[in-house]
Design a protein around this ligand. Structure first.
Ligand code: SF4
Length: 126
């Protein structure tokens, strides 16, 4: 397995980075009703995963630097967990809040099982 494949394989397909999000003070608001056109909300997977970076100019690869510093990535993100396991996570911790969607519960901070190993470029820079 190549380094690149290994890195891609870390993604746990939570799909949160495929949704619109914005930082508001100490929170990150994820809009569960607004997501990439290639994201399938039923399967929670990217429908063009292998070609996503070519076909969607909004889709950006999650890099080591983002894993370490991007405060909009949620704790359940596998790249965040990787960085944290190596004591390389330096981003401030933000509360996650979900807007919209049908998650079957009312908690703001539960992790959701929603995929792609990428992120939208319209996220707010931390
Ligand atoms: S890269 Fe995106 S889909 Fe993969 S674990 Fe992180 S937030 Fe979830």
């Amino acid at each position: 397995m190549s380094f690149s494949t290994d890195w891609e394989a870390k993604c746990n397909r939570c799909g949160l980075c495929c949704h619109e999000k914005v930082i508001v003070e100490k929170e990150v608001l994820f809009d569960l009703d607004s997501y990439c056109e290639y994201y399938d909300p039923k399967t929670h997977h990217c429908t063009i995963y292998l070609e996503r970076l070519d076909k969607s100019n909004r889709c950006k690869r999650v890099t080591w630097a983002k894993a370490m510093f991007a405060s909009y990535l949620p704790d359940e993100c596998a790249y965040v967990q990787w960085a944290r396991s190596l004591h390389l996570r330096f981003a401030i911790r933000r509360r996650i809040r979900f807007i919209g969607g049908n998650r079957g519960d009312t908690s703001d901070e539960d992790s959701i099982s929603l995929s792609c190993g990428t992120q939208f470029s319209n996220t707010v820079t931390p």
